[in-house]
Design a protein around this ligand. Structure first.
Ligand SMILES: [Zn+2]
Length: 54
């Protein structure tokens, strides 16, 4: 399989821990922590909002 996309093949929501389906509702948040880029994935914008409130 040739795929230049380096995404985790089975991403999990950073808020609820569910598997994230590639159905278009998922959200990816990019942050920089200690000089490294960190990607967090969420199953939908509700979980994204919940994580941002913490
Ligand atoms: Zn979620």
């Amino acid at each position: 399989m040739v795929d230049s996309n380096a995404d985790d093949p089975s991403p999990r929501c950073a808020t609820c821990g569910d598997r994230i389906a590639a159905d278009g509702r998922r959200r990816v948040e990019t942050t920089v922590e200690d000089g490294e880029v960190v990607y967090r994935q969420f199953c939908d914008e509700t979980c994204l909002a919940a994580w941002e409130r913490v």
